[in-house]
Ligand binder design. Structure first.
Ligand code: IFM
Length: 724
């Protein structure tokens, strides 16, 4: 049913303008266009993003994903009155994101201030079949009177903070072009647009404040529809040697195909994506919509043609975190892609492979060996975490320590490589690329672990774990266990390489210095890694239980975190946890960490102490709760994760979609409620569905086989066949 595929806004909700711009983003894994209106609206925040296009605005700032000059602007005037939702009367309004087709539509019935009533139908998409093409169509129908319709399409503006060498012009009265270069990073951009009007109208080339305009004026009788089509082609020096020439060619090819053919091939491409990635939930319409919404945003954000780009924390939909990539990608967003679109997952891991030199440089700068991945990453692999917060008006800035101290990211990347390998069976990737990541991150841990002679153990001090409320801790359980896991994984991988790819094993041993001494050091570090615990319960870090107890439950429900309400010093001296930390370990390692009673004991200690101050938290708690059979709690947490953007329950959806919450939602559904695991090369299921979910169906690829899993009231069914 269509409504389970569509996010709808009706009537117009100006108070949610920026949140909905994020939600209604269209994209194709190369470009993302926020759902801002073609004609603009006061307070809007339009943004056009292209993967990998970072630029540093000045020497003191970190690189940010730049706003690309807009292809979207289209002004329409009816009998001289400019169309806009803040003018005249809006008599009818519906905006729909059709996620099945990845098309954004808006229907408006509008009465111009000077009288005539006009129907507008807007439609736009970022072609999934031709990933450098964007397409828009507007149908304009005067309802009650003959009118003059004036159309002005603009290309630009280019923000001078980021863009230089801007050159704009017209190839013809219906075409415009723009060339520019990012100021610091030097990426070249070529863009071309073409405007087509039916019935045919006389087109004019003009300019507005230096930006090219294509315009036309046409008379329409009541009931007659004027169709405006705008196509754009965009290339950068990341994908083309000569971006302007490539844009020209791409535009010519797209307009030769025509809008209808572009639309059809775009939908066909999305049909293929959904055939593997869709999750069907019966008995819970909100859940059905929410899981598709999460997957839609991951599919439009996952880079396809660029191995040096990755999914930012805010997907491809907003300015938050400047487009930077965090562990959100590897441990949250990646899993649904590993299991349903392994090629896209591989791409994301290739990003980390290509940026190994940056990780090595960071390790060396900090006095360590191996690969120390940046906490925040952009296009070069260098650390891009800002050192200071942007101060609020009248307030002061605060130091950000994560760039120096949140070092678990290196193990997270290694974990993701191993996860992809185990599920895809892509030995070639592992031998050629993945192994180097796992091995060199282990080299880092081997040099980072500190030997405590008095205790005869290895420690890792002065770090930040996933719980970022506590900013300088010793022996974070998460960090130490993951470091230990990373080293053990490296020993296994080296062993596998030696047996199956001896030449590559030798090559990497030489390159990374994996002699007998290093390997015996690794074994010792893994063996003697200190993980603080009190019986069954891991200590989140040394001294955690000496902090002030807080009854977090007493503060629920609320949107702001306890840090936002009571300030940083409060959370630092308290046992309140920002997000899944020890619970994250349970999610990642399950019974590798300990037997079920031990996992449950840790859950009982840590779940009540977590205030879910981070959007990453709820989904992982939901997954673990479901695995522990705590279904009611798991479902409540699942809804919290589902509402992060759809209900703006963190209050910051305007900054962009929370990619980690989106990936986490799939994990909570498939690893949690369905209880997916593997044994003897076959999926195993341990379902704990919310009682009102009548059916859950999803597909996964496992080592070349496609499995369709259906969990329903009458049992579990798995149909298997070759994965195409
Ligand atoms: O990576 C996360 C982190 O875990 C919590 N703060 C926000 C980051 C980006 O989403």
């Amino acid at each position: 049913m269509e409504y389970k595929w569509c996010v709808r806004e009706t009537p117009f909700q100006p108070e949610r303008l920026n949140q909905l711009e994020t939600i209604f983003t269209i994209g194709n894994g190369c470009m993302g266009v926020r759902g801002s209106f073609e004609e603009g609206y006061p307070g809007d925040a339009p943004l056009f993003l292209i993967h990998g296009l970072f630029n540093r605005p000045d020497e003191d700032s970190v690189p940010e994903l730049v706003n690309v000059p807009s292809w979207l602007d289209l002004k329409i005037a009816i009998n001289g009155a400019t169309f806009g939702l803040d003018a005249g009367r809006v008599l009818g309004y519906e905006r729909t994101l059709d996620m099945r087709r990845a098309v954004l539509r808006r229907h408006v019935l509008w009465q111009a201030p000077n009288g005539p009533i006009v129907r507008f139908r807007f439609e736009r998409f970022a072609s999934m079949a031709r990933r450098r093409v964007l397409a828009m169509r507007v149908e304009i129908t005067p309802v009650d009177a003959s009118t003059t319709v004036e159309i002005k399409s603009r290309l630009g503006k280019a923000d001078p903070t980021h863009w230089t060498d801007v050159l704009v012009g017209h190839r013809s009265p219906s075409d415009a072009f723009l060339r520019a270069r990012t100021r610091d990073s030097g990426y070249r951009l070529g863009m071309e647009t073409r405007l087509l009007i039916e019935p045919a109208a006389q087109m004019h080339a003009a300019e507005d404040d230096g930006w090219p305009i294509n315009s036309a004026r046409i008379a329409a009788t009541a009931g007659q529809t004027i169709t405006v089509t705008k196509l754009a082609a965009v290339h950068t020096s990341r994908d083309a040697h000569d971006p302007p020439a490539a844009a020209r060619q791409t535009l010519d090819e797209a307009s030769a195909a025509g809008y209808s053919a572009l639309y059809r091939e775009h939908i066909a491409a999305w049909d293929k994506l959904w055939a593997h990635t869709d999750v069907e939930i019966e008995g819970d319409d909100f859940a059905q919509l929410a899981i598709r919404f999460a997957l839609y945003h991951l599919l439009i954000a996952a880079p396809r043609d660029d191995e040096r780009a990755s999914i930012g924390a805010k997907a491809l939909s907003g300015p938050g975190y400047k487009g930077h990539v965090f562990w959100d990608t590897e441990l949250f967003a990646l899993a649904p892609l590993i299991y349903t679109q392994p090629d896209l997952a591989r791409n994301l891991l290739m990003y980390r492979y290509h940026l190994l030199p940056g990780a090595r440089a960071k390790a060396a700068e900090n006095g360590f060996e191996g690969a120390m991945y940046p906490w925040e990453s952009a296009d070069t692999g260098e650390e891009t975490t800002p050192r200071w917060t942007t101060p609020p008006p009248g307030g002061h800035r605060e130091r950000i320590w994560t760039g120096e101290r949140e070092i678990h990211i290196s193990a997270d990347v290694a974990y993701a490589v191993d996860h992809y390998w185990k599920i895809s069976g892509d030995d070639n990737f592992m031998a050629e690329y993945g192994a180097e990541i796992v091995l060199d991150t282990a080299v880092f841990w081997g040099s980072r672990a500190e030997y405590n002679e008095a205790e005869d153990r290895f420690e890792i001090n002065h770090v930040i774990g996933p719980d970022e409320y506590h900013e300088d801790v010793n022996n974070s359980a998460f960090t130490n266990v993951m470091a230990q896991w990373n080293i053990r994984a490296a020993l296994d991988v080296l062993d596998w390489l030696r047996r199956n790819h001896p030449v590559r094993a030798e090559e990497l041993s030489q390159k990374l210095g994996l002699g007998p001494e290093r390997l015996s050091h690794w074994r010792e570090v893994a063996e003697k890694m200190y993980v603080p615990r009190d019986g069954d319960v891991l200590l989140e870090f040394d001294g955690f239980f000496d902090l002030e107890p807080v009854d977090v439950e007493a503060y629920r429900p609320r949107i702001p975190s306890l840090q936002a309400i009571y300030g940083t010093p409060f959370v630092q001296r308290s046992q309140v946890i920002k997000q899944a930390d020890v619970v994250m370990l349970i999610a990642l390692l399950g019974e590798e960490l300990g037997p079920p009673e031990m996992l449950r004991a840790n859950w009982d200690v840590y779940a009540p102490r977590c205030d879910h101050g981070s959007s990453l938290s709820a989904a992982i708690h939901s997954l673990v709760a479901a695995r522990l059979g705590l279904i009611e709690q798991a479902y409540e947490l699942w809804l919290m994760a589902a509402g992060v953007d759809l209900e703006n329950n963190k209050g910051n959806t305007a900054d962009g979609i929370h990619a980690a919450a989106a990936g986490g939602l799939w994990q909570a559904t498939v690893f949690g409620f369905a209880g997916l695991g593997f044994a003897d090369d076959r999926p195993t299921l341990d379902p704990h569905l919310p009682p009102h979910w009548r059916k859950l169906r999803f597909r996964i690829k496992y080592r070349g086989t496609l499995h369709e899993v259906t969990i329903a009231e009458n049992g579990v069914k798995v149909s298997s066949g070759p994965a195409s």
